[in-house]
Design a protein around this ligand. Structure first.
Ligand code: AMP
Length: 281
């Protein structure tokens, strides 16, 4: 695997690849790689001639300074994992490379970045969209891979690509989970032993909510989830909403047989975890 630290260096390499007519897949990450990230890398390898992964902890998408400072960093292991999974190129820029001067772009995504995660993490999606747009402009991939674990991010990136007519195909990838159902996340590294034993409850509650849906309605399910989360002293619910998969608007009167997304964010101690599940009424 080749590693590039600067924009001119990676662009020189990519220009050569593209001049040979090779297709390019791209997986943007913030590192602390796990099987979720690696599933994206493997899918990109299957569908493209060459695969680029980026690792950049994007400061402007953190609305919480402590979260940024404590974000896990496991670069040596990340490089080994990328090599073992046949990634061709790693882009590893630093802050000065990505932001030689502060980027104050403000995107207008309508309601999409103001609800759900956006309500609790103001500026998060604007910061994420800035860095992903920059990375797309640097790398110009044919396909880019994003996890459904960060469902709202996926919807917003799709909206951004459409808005700016960026010629990249966005490929959504299924959430990879532990055997006990916990969605893999770099932040799981920060859970202590007792928090680790509680964390699988989040997916268990979502799964049970899903199984109740055909005999219930969104508001009753919401109330059930709220009471279920309250029963666990370690968990603190930030939100639970059942939303339209495209508009992300909360659904009151769902259509039978149509897919919706149940989204949840909870605090487990100081660690904020998110998850979601498809749900049908
Ligand atoms: P991050 O490093 O958290 O910015 O994530 C980089 C990419 O990996 C994003 O597209 C995430 O949605 C995706 N990702 C993170 N966790 C998972 C997971 N458990 N399963 C699938 N994709 C994931």
């Amino acid at each position: 695997m080749e590693i590039y630290y600067t924009i001119p260096d990676i662009q020189k390499c990519l220009l050569e690849l593209k001049s040979e007519g090779l297709s390019l897949g791209f997986v943007p990450t913030m590192g602390a790689l796990h099987e979720g990230h690696l599933s994206l890398i493997r899918r990109a390898c299957e569908e493209n001639d060459k695969v680029v992964c980026s690792i950049f902890i994007n400061p402007i998408q953190f609305n919480n300074k402590e979260d940024l400072e404590n974000y896990p960093k496991t670069l040596e292991s990340d490089i080994n994992l990328l090599q073992e999974n046949d990634c061709d190129i790693l882009f590893l820029p630093d802050n000065d490379e990505m932001y030689p001067k502060p980027d104050t772009t403000t995107f207008d995504f309508g309601h999409l970045d103001k609800i759900l995660e956006g309500k609790f993490r103001p500026g998060h999606f604007n910061g994420a969209a800035i860095v992903v747009k920059k990375l797309f402009e640097i790398i110009e991939p044919h396909k880019a891979y994003f996890g459904e674990k960060d469902y709202q991010q996926l919807v917003i990136i799709k909206a951004m690509v459409k808005k700016f007519s960026i010629p990249v195909e966005i490929i959504p990838c299924q959430t990879v989970r532990e055997k006990d159902g916990l969605a893999l996340s770099s932040r799981n590294l920060r859970l202590n032993e007792s928090e680790k034993s509680i964390a699988p409850e989040i997916h268990k509650i979502l799964s049970e909510a899903k199984s109740k849906a055909s005999k219930s309605n969104p508001e009753n399910i919401r109330q059930w989830v709220i009471s279920k989360v309250e029963m666990h002293p370690g968990l603190k619910l930030e939100y639970f909403e059942i939303v339209d998969p495209h508009t992300l608007i909360t659904v009151d009167t769902p259509l039978k047989g149509q897919k919706y997304i149940a989204k949840i964010a909870v605090f487990l101690g100081k660690i904020r975890l998110i998850d979601n599940i498809e749900i049908f009424f």
